[in-house]
Design a protein around this ligand. Sequence first.
Ligand SMILES: Cc1cc2nc3c(=O)[nH]c(=O)nc-3n(C[C@H](O)[C@H](O)[C@H](O)COP(=O)(O)OP(=O)(O)OC[C@H]3O[C@@H](n4cnc5c(N)ncnc54)[C@H](O)[C@@H]3O)c2cc1C
Length: 455
Amino acid sequence: MPNERPSVVWLRDDLRLADNPALDAAVARGGPVVVVYLLDEVSRGIRPLGGAVKWWLHHSLASLGADIAARGGTLTLRRGDAATEIARIVAETDAAAVFWNRRYGRARDIDAALKSSLREAGVEAQSFRANLLFEPWTVTTQEGNPYRVFTQFWKTCLEQGVARDPLDAPDSIRPFDVRSDDLGDWGLLPTKPDWAGGLREHCRPGEDNAHERLEGFVDEVLESYNRRDEPGFEATSGLSPHLRFGEISPLQIWHRLHGALGAGAKANAAGFLREVGWREFNWNILYHFPELHERNYRSAFDAFPWADTPEWEIDAWRHGTTGVPLVDAGMRELWETGTMHNRVRMVTASFLIKNLLVDWRVGEAWFWDTLVDADEANNPANWQWVAGSGADAAPYFRVFNPVLQAQKFDKHGRYIRRWVPELEAGEYPLEPIVDLAQSRRDALAAYDTMKASTS
Ligand SMILES: Cc1cc2nc3c(=O)[nH]c(=O)nc-3n(C[C@H](O)[C@H](O)[C@H](O)COP(=O)(O)OP(=O)(O)OC[C@H]3O[C@@H](n4cnc5c(N)ncnc54)[C@H](O)[C@@H]3O)c2cc1C
């Protein structure tokens, strides 16, 4: 019998069966397939997962396990450092091949080392492009350097075009009997206290739900995407956590957006794909600058004179009690639902960084722990964008005024009323924790100090 030695598919942030090149290669090779998810919190270069993301991961794995079982296979769960565990699984199963889809942050060093050691041991090891539309090393300036400006980056991407069609999910997966952890034993769900009630209400992890969301978005919401800046109006896709976990691929989204669309949706398709392009841009930045969540992309900001802001003010920001309605609304939405509207993410981040003069890394860490879409590239890149220290960032002196932002983007107060209901009852503080005008002046003065010290 040919190919009876199994193949291992090592899943990471690609928790899907369709358009999964690594899985496709394993099934095409013939023979049994060991589909593995490895919870690696210990290897060098791995950033420990935040709480909200762990919650999503648990449910996404449960859903994927059921989908694999429906095709005759099993999902094997293991925990530990990747190099040791993958080598152990290969030895236990006498696997002839290991396939995975590429990662682009620091963890790619782990993958490169493993690929070499597997090959040296005579095991086939292959990696694939699955989670980005464009491999970071293929989109460069004419001089071969990474782009620092999004518009030029995205123009080059669009000129390259997207090469292949999405792959179908395999009809069946031949199982292989190998020891697996029990998902419940991993403790990914919060218990004491169980703070995940809001997530259970608002989030629907899993591949099928990702596609349902895409279809619902394309059919009913995309035609209003030009109103994507209004937080009180449903105009965006809500696909970010699905993309974060690879429950849907950007290629599937790309192809759906190039398929049959109504006239209103068609008018907004390029604008929507441009946002998906920002995701590509941020991963491209991370690929070239893997310390993105730790270091300023623009080193001039290393000299920024952050204030010694009292902890209670930062806590007021975290818990939505700053006395600034739009900021409080956003931070409460985040705590309750694990997500926050993009415009409000910018406003709340600007408030922390500029009005409270707190280092962007403090806010990035809070979002990392509380967002269900918290992502190694998008989170730090966007925080650095707001801070002014990132690639193609908003200039530091652009301080979002949360009062004017609310007047412009939440004109009828729908969003604020939803998350700050006590405002109408007159039980909301009259004074914000900082004076917005004075703190803006202080922020600009701090920026001038940084410039003077680096010029
Ligand atoms: C301070 C801050 C932190 C952020 N942290 C994250 C994060 O951890 N993970 C994350 O996915 N996004 C992050 N974003 C970007 C953006 O807010 C979310 O991607 C967006 O709100 C998700 O909602 P959606 O899926 O409905 O977006 P849509 O408008 O429907 O956009 C479609 C997809 O495009 C991508 N996208 C949209 N806007 C951006 C953007 N500004 N940067 C990069 N990709 C984008 C996302 O993958 C999104 O799902 C952050 C933004 C800010 C300002």
